[in-house]
Design a protein around this ligand. Sequence first.
Ligand SMILES: *[C@@H]1O[C@H](CO)[C@@H](O)[C@H](O)[C@H]1NC(C)=O
Ligand SMILES: *[C@@H]1O[C@H](CO)[C@@H](O)[C@H](O)[C@H]1NC(C)=O
Ligand SMILES: *[C@@H]1O[C@H](CO)[C@@H](O)[C@H](O)[C@H]1NC(C)=O
Ligand SMILES: *[C@@H]1O[C@H](CO)[C@@H](O)[C@H](O)[C@H]1NC(C)=O
Ligand SMILES: *[C@@H]1O[C@H](CO)[C@@H](O)[C@H](O)[C@H]1NC(C)=O
Ligand SMILES: *[C@@H]1O[C@H](CO)[C@@H](O)[C@H](O)[C@H]1NC(C)=O
Ligand SMILES: *[C@@H]1O[C@H](CO)[C@@H](O)[C@H](O)[C@H]1NC(C)=O
Ligand SMILES: *[C@@H]1O[C@H](CO)[C@@H](O)[C@H](O)[C@H]1NC(C)=O
Ligand SMILES: *[C@@H]1O[C@H](CO)[C@@H](O)[C@H](O)[C@H]1NC(C)=O
Length: 898
Amino acid sequence: MKPSIISSSLLIIFLVFTATATISGYTFKAYITPNFSATYLQFIDDSGTFLISPNGTFKAAIFNPGSQQTSFYLCIIHAASRTITWSANRGRAISSSGQMNLTAKGITISDESGRNNPVWSTPPLRSQVDRLVLTDMGNLLLLDPSNVSLWESFRYPTDTIIIGQSLPVGSSLSSSSSDSDLSIGNYNLTITSSDAILQWLGQTYWKLSMDTKAYKNSLSMVEYMAVNRTGFYLFGSNGTVAVFLVGLPESNFRVATLDNSGHFVIKSFSSGTGWKQEFQGPDDGCGTPLVCGRVGLCNDDDTSSSSSSSSSSSSPVCSCPQNFHVGSGNSGGCVPSNGSYSFPYSCDVSNNDSYHNNNNQSNSASSIVSFLNLGNGLDYFNNIYTDPVMDSVDLSLCQDQCSKNCSCLGVFYKNSSGSCYVIENELGSILSSNDGANQDMFGFIKVSIGSTTTNDDTRDAEDGGGGFPVVATVLLPITGFALLMAFLFFLWRRSIKISKRKQDLELGKPNNNPHSSGDLDAFYIPGLPRRFDYDELKKATDDFKTLIGSGGFGTVYKGVLSDNAVVAVKKIVNIGVQGKKDFCTEIAVIGNIHHVNLVKLKGFCVQGRHRFLVYEYMNLGSLDRTLFGGGPPLEWQERYDVALGTARGLAYLHGGCEHKIIHCDIKPENILLHNHFQVKISDFGLSKLLSPEQSGLFTTMRGTRGYLAPEWLTNSAITEKTDVYSYGMVLLELISGRKNCYFKSRNHSIDEDSNSSSSSTSGLLYFPLLALEKHEEGNYMDLADPRLEGRVTNEEVEKLVRIALCCVHEEPALRPNMAAVVGMLEGGMALPQPKMESLNFLRFYGRRFTEASMIIEENNDNEGGRREVNNNSSSMTSGGSQAALVSYISSQTVSGPR
Ligand SMILES: *[C@@H]1O[C@H](CO)[C@@H](O)[C@H](O)[C@H]1NC(C)=O
Ligand SMILES: *[C@@H]1O[C@H](CO)[C@@H](O)[C@H](O)[C@H]1NC(C)=O
Ligand SMILES: *[C@@H]1O[C@H](CO)[C@@H](O)[C@H](O)[C@H]1NC(C)=O
Ligand SMILES: *[C@@H]1O[C@H](CO)[C@@H](O)[C@H](O)[C@H]1NC(C)=O
Ligand SMILES: *[C@@H]1O[C@H](CO)[C@@H](O)[C@H](O)[C@H]1NC(C)=O
Ligand SMILES: *[C@@H]1O[C@H](CO)[C@@H](O)[C@H](O)[C@H]1NC(C)=O
Ligand SMILES: *[C@@H]1O[C@H](CO)[C@@H](O)[C@H](O)[C@H]1NC(C)=O
Ligand SMILES: *[C@@H]1O[C@H](CO)[C@@H](O)[C@H](O)[C@H]1NC(C)=O
Ligand SMILES: *[C@@H]1O[C@H](CO)[C@@H](O)[C@H](O)[C@H]1NC(C)=O
């Protein structure tokens, strides 16, 4: 391949051996020598990591993507983004006890059952291996004793290339099957001497040369594809000429990857903001082959859009063409409406079948083909990139051509030119255009008329009739009776359906939208996570037996799915979006947000008036229980990790994904914990999705008192800085280990020497004010949770207090954004100095608060612990300062709907 890469990697090797990297207390060597073996279980505390690059940017691990427990791969992982940039045994996963061996002959990977029969190994090498190293660029190298590279992972790309790597002409990237199954999927990116081409099972659906974002710079032959810190290129002439180029913002870590939906994506990562997508091909919503499943009709013209949701504008909408309806399987897609039609089998099977069947007359012929008309104004992705097989022919000739060829599954026919296009190998989604450009393009799908369903298929064949005379006459006497029964059954089903609809109407379910009437059959939306049946959820939760939480949007139950996955099932009661379609559009957006610090949406249920969301289950519950509950106190490092994880998740919501999402309800109850105090934020995306131009349009207040920013009360715009405020409040609670408002108990250490205004009166204490006062004194230790008993230093507490105070600045513009908070916590960014002029409001609230607490104490008898000051949310809207005060000090949920 490119000599430049080898030399540059050699250069890096000189730096490699000087350093060792330390992560989470373990010391890793920067290289490994032969007669080494590793299993996942051996390194389980570090998620299988056995080798780390000198500065820690990359690690090599026996890894289980998606946290499933069955498929493990030898992976190179970019540590900060947890992205797999390369995997060895992608075709054959090993179990958690599978092993990687390094010997003088190279690397082998084997499963427990077959040690002598490796599932993967490096090719035969020129000489003996001296060491295995992982460079800071992410290249895994086998070196001989004189530091010459014998093998390197950069030469064997899987679905991704990174900076420093190149993809030579003639080679390909292949997508993975899914996020957790790295086996080779159906999409290919191939570099040719003039282009980069995306294909799905031999059908082309994108070419770089036809993408408007790429700039053609030279007529030279392409030699390889690469990304660097400032762009994406197809290079020619030994890398001296960029044949195609796409300029990109400067970034230290960038990947070009073919994802498992078939998109070729270039994105960059920074630890503050997370991923930023920079390029995508194909870029239009309907561009990938299976966006609407097989024969699904994809429409991304934004003509039918209601103003309801910003996200619907760019999302394609799927439906089925005429003569088809939504298939039942999980894969989506459409099947012929007439049950006696089916898609033909793939080439070889049907050949053999029809041969046997024709010999055997008793079996009904399954090879009679017909063409179902999809209508006009349609197109197929491959037509744009390939020439028609015939021009100036009749439609019947076009169809005949397809009937004869067993690999042909459908035709597209352009009336004006008589052009005939064929679909081969597999059927993808159909494109629909409303703009009239393709009015004379007709689509036809080949179907077999299977008469295997003999008791059902009874009607006289109206089209042609001569299809199967034998069958028809034999069955006719029985048919009369069967028809009658079928008709009665049909009437019965219909009456049930109608009465059910009436019920729905009586229950106030909006049914005026034709799309949301009936079930979801009329449409479906790509990107939707799995759809569950109500009965399935009822069974999984044992009839909603185990309540594990409740919040503004509804109640949460624990459940176990049929595949033993433990889930949290959230029953939605108060959601603003009522229509099924709008609901699903929002779910599709939420379902596509993936970040380690955000709870993953596994699926949903929309049935009748039921609305459920199914999330992965977090075994340690929510932060409020761990922090305020009676269990052992969280150690400081754990609190710090929680603070950092929450900040990362929020930073991602605010800037890392396509739609900016303001959480609006950050509080300990929505911060869930998993093994090793991994943080996952829940309930995101349920607040209104905001496009940049929309952020200011919040009208109804939502959120939780105690974490609500002042702007909720002053009619200012609600922005992501509103979340920053709530985050600051949570940070203060992490420091003290208590609610920000709590009752002082007489013998508590915090108030012994305190004579500040916040605690001079007995009873309630307003911690944010105490934090401000102690900050002014420079005495941070007083703020730390006394249960830590000194297992934290003044400096450590100071760091969090200062960040927290900056987050709760009254003026939103003075609060840092979440990406900056991540930077401060990670240490890459200087600690900020809180601005007193924007914190004085805490004194006002603190004073009013203690006064209020005394009034309440008179009214309410003391029952100890935290106290809800006001349960009546109507007082919130009165706008008086009393109401404002209440909003700061109570922790009642205000309202679910926007
Ligand atoms: C590794 O093991 C093989 C076979 O047991 C042995 O011949 C070789 O010397 C060992 N290599 C090292 C570097 O220990
Ligand atoms: C890998 O190494 C282990 C321990 O040295 C050995 O038992 C096993 O047979 C080796 N497996 C292979 C495939 O070489
Ligand atoms: C690690 O090394 C790579 C390559 O030299 C460099 O790009 C990167 O910035 C370094 N990362 C850190 C955290 O030092
Ligand atoms: C290989 O590189 C390492 C680290 O720079 C060095 O210590 C060693 O001497 C080199 N070996 C040879 C044969 O050049
Ligand atoms: C992808 O490309 C590789 C190499 O050209 C080829 O072996 C493989 O069959 C292709 N896969 C698909 C699904 O086209
Ligand atoms: C990336 O490659 C282009 C084309 O060779 C070059 O002009 C540019 O300087 C490179 N950028 C960096 C940061 O090396
Ligand atoms: C490309 O590089 C190779 C090896 O470095 C060299 O032999 C060849 O002449 C170069 N080709 C061109 C066109 O510069
Ligand atoms: C037909 O089936 C036989 C085995 O049943 C198989 O060997 C053969 O390849 C098939 N024919 C075609 C055309 O694939
Ligand atoms: C279904 O297809 C069969 C076979 O062509 C035809 O006889 C029948 O009338 C069709 N049924 C409907 C409801 O169109």
